[in-house]
Design a protein. Structure first.
Lengths: 283, 283, 283, 283, 283, 283
């Protein structure tokens, strides 16, 4: 779902009083322009960029779909309209595509590595997104084949150490369930014992936080021995990076969540080129 | 300048219907909490975080100042207030500090490397920021000792290839100057000849785009031979990274601008801990 | 979580150019005023009203807590401040309290009736709220002891007939689970067969829609006979009112959801009185 | 006048991160859908609903007009467009139509009863509307044949007891008139004497508040005996309901105002059905 | 009623990325500053300016009240706070005071001239205000002793030639009255005959548009001869300026309205001075 | 760049609950209307007005371009659409055109006078604009042939007496340059000595504030004698009006800036007429 007013706010951030260079230097005319990939990867942000260009009366032909794999040189969008409008939107569109495709590509890449090891394990994002970009960042994760995880503080229970400092696992789960049965209950634990208690009390998801692969393995064994492994979804989290992810992926877990998916983003390179050879009309 | 409504919008993004876990599980009480650095670097985003906590009636004591160098373990903010409010703001505050400090730290690190080579060269950011975060990203660059460069399309002329495809350098500069003399005129050029023409026509800043160090050197020599070097600010840009930056920094240039400063950010690790041992009062 | 800008927008709706009667007729002075209940019931909206009065610099002493049972004549809030400000906020505050307490009281009343019959059954609201008032309406349901159910289209899967016209139950559940394991999957069914299929395929919640008590009973029996009853939460919905609710409440179900809880609201009567006998100071 | 940004905000309230069920389960395709009445009454909210669907690129054919009387089963809107968009808007549109038509229908019904007794008396709403829905609620009253009364604190003088505690009737009217002659002056009175004083001092409208029919009758007689009846509009208000309204409607009054018209609303039942038999195209 | 978010938006308009001069040049410190009048006249905008300074944590002592007459050199506000904050708000506050006081002073001056001639005539503003400043412009008129007239299209009926081209005076008045009796009905007429018709049909206010003083006189005589003069408020409007206003003011009219009051504004000169001699503390 | 949401907010300001006169009195129908100039001058605001009418589905044919010279009687816009929509937008559109054309015409007129004396001198606006109308006011200045000057506190350094009370000219310039080389540095000075110091230290622009023509002349001579005249742009400002502007324009300066261009505006007269003779269709 495109929130067009939010996208327009990005343009107004970039041009509070308009694009003075184009206003001063460039007679307005219609032209054709192309947005092209300059790297290989999973593309994202085309829908948002197209909506923005269209808001400023630029026609858009989509030559690639969000979530598809593109290669360096591929044309993604073909644009026809006022050169003033195209240059006004250019940087914002490239910033959106660059960030979202960077997230999607990285998600896809790590997911591919995990799948080679264990097809039953999914890669999840966290709430460590850029402020104001929660939905775009999570959408990029989905387009890259990742699991979005909790979107906000409002859509799932996630009981952490700060909650458990005040109340017991059993009590916390009971209270959450009493509040609403329509949302899953996840508990973050740091010990085998707490994992067992959480499972026994009916947690839907258990996050094994900051455990070594060995500790995770022992916890799984303990859960299995008590017949609790299949009653819960197991997520491992905390300090896992590409070097160590393989050691977790081999285990009988369901989810590996990594904050870096959205907080440490590598931009995906795209550019916009105007075709000046086309016959154009001064507006 | 803190835009408090923008900061609040980040909270509303993260909790459209409130923090259901705390609401369900945790009796509201006053507590003390600490935000601590988990890495070494230049800290940023404390002012914004403090403003947010204070908006939700949490008292804040600042133990470090934005722009200062902090070490892993340093306490940055001491918080006193409702545990519900502290947990509501926690993730947003950490996301702001994490991103801004990541940018500030990276800016400071690269700037330090440049300064070792040539104290006359500054590191500049670009408009390749996260959508919606232009001001926070640029502020982080400044706190890291960087040059913010053009903030928006409205505050400087930057004449690029798409403008020059339609008009000449001389004409573009003349039109920009006629539009307003209160804003600097920068031209992006890709050849020595264009650099000379730009300088001859009174450009304030010349961006040497995608040139090799050798090409930059020749361009500087040509400008010097015509007595034009000191009439302009020289910026080099385009595909420069940490491996190659030294080859440019030795040259007689003024600015090196790098998009990655804000589009490819490494999060700075911070956390929030609640002191549960303190005597607390159920609200 | 109070969204103060939303509450202020209600005042600006009610006074786009200020309260002209008070401006014209009434010298501004400080006074004390009381908000009092004029009926018996579960009160709600005090937190929101207090936040609004405080925004306009009126001091508020809370004499009752949201969610508590109050009686006709009970004083709820004691206000001290500018009479202009108190009259500016009066109607909006009373409208908020009136609607929210109406919802809370009705929820509490019906819940009490259900509990007499079957303490294991909860009363749930739906998304049939007043446009723009989702959070306030749902909060009122919670304060009245109800189950809020899905808050938005974003926080739970609810697969309905329009989805199932295109895809099978098994396929829909599989796709939802593949999209995210962090949100519960509910399916709306109108037949015993579909209920069994949904349970077999791992639905978390099954909504028995527009079934008679007899049909619900048979469906439960069938699920039980296959050992599926305890694997799902059972919600009954559709055309249930206070006359018929008892026939459902006796059954082995978990939830009864009723749209009327929020779409057909009876206002709870409250008023505001100014104490003119107190010594006041012309501002 | 449709405020489209306000309507869109209702959608964003209902889908802060999109409609995850449709995204996960349903391939997007074009389809046709119908909104149909499920009760008899005066319909309202079609204009707002149509504007919302059109904003999300769904074509709308209006088969009934706001303010017309419709019957159970009547088709109100025919929709053609993306099934994702139709399902995104569905609940919000139904909530708008349900509330507005509920108000319009009730207004029409009570007005009809009054007209049978006394065609000179109109039924008026108050400012006791749902917060944020003032304009929609008042529009529904107008569509139902009611008198909207004062829309806000800014568009009419209404002098109440809290004003009169500080100043006299004569003084208050004089001050209001001095403030502006472009807005009518209404006074709320609770005694015959005050009614006479108000009329003598040139009030445009007198609200007889919380009077029994006998008291109203005596007040009218007194006003008539002094030749003041025809100089003012007489409104009766306060605790009037459908059981007692007839006792007031027979009197020589102009307006009966009832808060319940907008604060105690019975939803009007409408639904949306998708025609799955039509040939559809996967987008 | 101060709308603080609107006032803050003026600051954000003036400093989209902060006040770079102060940030770069000036260590932040506390200081005292004064806003002083540089002309004689009726002051306005102090309440708005004070609210803005206070929002940015600057303490304000009001030394003059809105609507009072001040002289060149009078101190209006005394400010204590961060010099960064004071300079941030300075220009916006001065622009608000300058415009509002300019309007108030001009209103007061022309009103004074009218009162010398005919104390029964009031000077009214129109809707010809600066876009976005309706409330501030109208408030300034009120502070200057003027009549604000209709504030918006929503708060009064004003039937003009474009309405009367489609319907008759009698019909238009009847329809307006049927729509709502709570708002006054004004008719703009250009002939004696229409004025009589309007009065006969119960218009509350008649605007004699673009008539010469002689035509107005004749119209009044005609109305008087039919006993209609005292049933209506008479407003003259259209092309009246300070040279001609005296010719209208002598007549038996109630209101003279002039668009120039708000569309052709002369700024009132005020300035802000910082007291650098006070001992200040670097923040 | 049109900010459509800002323009719509002007309509919502003028009609918070719609245009009740048209709603009550006028059947909606399509009609044609014209906006015509009623004076001679440089027109502005047509682009904004057209965007507003089009937002409300009124077709617009532009018969004049912003910035062109028009004469009394010239048709500027031809409108086709719903009479309700045209009347809804009418006043806002006329207010925009009236203010912007007033500014543009005055700018053009004074600029013409200056050019007769000295073609090298430009007329500049200041930040003394109507709150909220910075961009529209500055755009009008540009359309009138003026120099917009600094748009906001964020886009240029302007070092004033309040900054220099704390730091020296040399230091202030150095700090500004260290902050960013991408923005020009202007210094406001009141003495020859400070002008020289500013030029010696590399100021880009020197504003000679509140100097007599003689003082300006001496300052220029001093700068010339030191070879500094051509290194800076010279702006004169402060108390210059149309009577005295000629005395400055003869001097070797670059810019004369006048706050009155935007703070003391004379409205440009335009009107809107509906062609009632055309065959129209009741909607």
């Amino acid at each position: 779902m495109i929130k067009i007013s939010e996208l327009i706010s990005f343009i107004e951030e970039d041009a509070p009083s308009g694009d003075i260079t184009s206003l001063a230097v460039l007679p307005d005319k219609n032209c054709r322009a192309y947005i092209r990939a300059k790297s290989n990867g999973v593309i994202a942000g085309l829908e948002e960029s197209a909506a923005l260009f269209e808001h400023y009366n630029v026609s858009v032909k989509k030559l690639a779909g969000d979530g598809s794999f593109v290669r360096d040189g591929d044309t993604l969008l073909e644009l026809d309209g006022s050169i003033h409008s195209i240059l006004l939107v250019e940087r914002t569109a490239l910033n959106i595509i660059g960030r979202m495709s960077g997230i999607a590509t990285n998600t896809w890449r790590i997911t591919s590595e995990i799948k080679k090891i264990n097809s039953g394990v999914k890669l999840a994002a966290t709430r460590k997104t850029a402020p104001g970009l929660r939905n775009l960042d999570k959408k990029a994760v989905i387009l890259g084949g990742g699991e979005p995880h909790r979107n906000t503080l409002s859509d799932q229970f996630l009981i952490k150490d700060n909650h458990l400092a005040v109340t017991s696992i059993a009590d916390a789960i009971a209270k959450a369930r009493a509040f609403s049965v329509y949302k899953k209950i996840e508990i973050e634990v740091e010990s085998q014992g707490d994992a067992v208690t959480a499972a026994e009390n009916g947690a839907d998801i258990i996050m094994l936080d900051n455990m070594t692969p060995e500790e995770v393995l022992k916890t799984i064994d303990t859960l299995k021995s008590r017949g609790l492994r299949d009653t819960v979804i197991l997520e491992v989290s905390g300090g896992i990076n590409e070097d160590t992810i393989g050691e977790y992926a081999v285990l009988d877990i369901d989810i590996i969540s990594i904050g870096a998916l959205t907080h440490t983003v590598t931009n995906f390179d795209v550019n916009l080129e105007i075709n000046h050879s086309l016959k154009t009309v001064i507006l």
